[in-house]
Ligand binder design. Structure first.
Ligand code: SF4
Length: 360
């Protein structure tokens, strides 16, 4: 195993997590280019050249919440609301499965018309359609422990719930009075229900300090997350934060590199938000240590209405078309798209074998 680099407190072997103190020192002292090199090397040492694919299905843009940064918040009356029925979602998942995808991410707002029972039936139908080969990741908001257990029993494999910011006051302000404590409690429930657990945060939020940014990374490490995503904050013109300033992408690239060094085994997506902010945003995240891409399988007629932030890319292409484009994008980075399920590394060998004859 090669050495990553001198960590601030000494030499850290490739693939070994840096300590919180080392992360702090790198956060404040290491130039971006060096951090990217370290994060990229750490990623390769654990995950190899593979960039895992997850097919995204944005099933509803109704939301009862009012997060200040979000384009589909309840009070944005300019949003064309939609709710995709199960047959159409199944059809989109089937197209992804036939193309080789082995993970589907079901994501939506807090929508009471899509209650837990209905999501359970959807999971069961996807599992049946894919003969149990595909993993189902849920990103369906805050639920009770019992509800998470029901979703797990129905066949859900993973659950994503971003904490968004580690600053309790900022969290309460941005998320309409909802507490960070409750969010972290929900993450505990998710883990207790048996899900591979994912979370994440935004970088560049108004009112955020350097310490908050660093603490976001340290909190992700403390939570021992299997999956973590970073999205750059992009002000949406139809939200109360429309006039907030936009930070440079570099902050998010540094964030990915540090996150990789904090959690070498985690699956970290190169987020679409980064690709929307700058054309090579996702490639830069991959260079810094990200190992996941998420082609959007949502039917094209609905995609434009799931606008969490403005300028979202790939709205006119199907997710299947996006796969070919993504394949070309990762080649110069000497990385390869992978159609494996890509379960948490801690479960290696469980059900995560290459897809025989997977279409590339
Ligand atoms: S961030 Fe999520 S919970 Fe908040 S308003 Fe947007 S969709 Fe709803």
């Amino acid at each position: 195993m090669s050495e990553i680099n001198r960590a601030a407190g000494g030499i850290a072997p490739a693939g070994k997590a840096l300590s919180p103190e080392e992360i702090r020192l790198h956060y404040y002292n290491t130039p971006t280019e060096e951090l990217v090199r370290m994060g990229g090397e750490c990623c390769r040492s654990v995950h190899g050249p593979d960039v895992l694919l997850r097919g995204l299905l944005e099933y509803t843009n109704y939301c009862s919440s009012n997060c200040l940064y979000c384009g589909i918040r309840h009070d944005n009356s300019n949003v064309q609301r939609y709710r995709i029925d199960e047959d159409m979602l199944l059809e989109a998942a089937r197209a992804g499965f036939d193309r080789g995808l082995r993970t589907f991410v079901i994501q939506g707002g807090e929508d009471s018309e899509y209650p837990v029972d209905r999501i359970c039936r959807l999971i069961e139908r996807i599992k049946e359609m894919t003969r149990g080969e595909a993993a189902v990741t849920l990103s369906c908001g805050m639920r009770s422990l019992d509800q998470y257990r029901s979703l797990k029993r129905a066949g859900g494999d993973r659950y994503l719930l971003r904490f968004e910011t580690s600053d309790p006051e900022l969290h309460r302000y941005l998320r309409n009075g909802s507490s960070l404590e409750k969010r972290l409690e929900a993450l505990e429930y998710i883990r207790e229900a048996g899900f591979q657990t994912g979370s994440g945060f935004m970088l560049g939020l108004p009112g955020e300090s350097d310490e908050t940014r660093l603490n976001n990374i340290l909190l992700a490490q403390q939570l021992r997350l299997d999956m973590v995503g970073i999205g750059p904050f992009i002000p949406h013109p139809e939200t109360p934060l429309a006039e907030a300033s936009q930070e440079d992408i570099e902050m998010s690239i540094r964030g990915v590199a540090l996150l990789r060094l904090a959690l070498p085994e985690a699956h970290i997506p190169a987020t679409t938000a980064a690709g929307s902010l700058v054309p090579d945003g996702r490639e830069r995240m991959i260079s810094a240590g990200a190992n996941v891409l998420m082609p959007n399988l949502t039917p094209v007629t609905f995609k434009k209405d799931y606008e969490l932030y403005p300028g979202k890319i790939c709205l006119d292409e199907s997710g299947i078309q996006c796969i070919s484009c993504l394949s070309l994008r990762v080649k110069p980075l000497e990385r390869e798209l992978s159609f494996r399920r890509g379960d948490a590394v801690r479960l290696a060998g469980s059900a995560d074998s290459p897809v025989p004859g997977g279409v590339r």
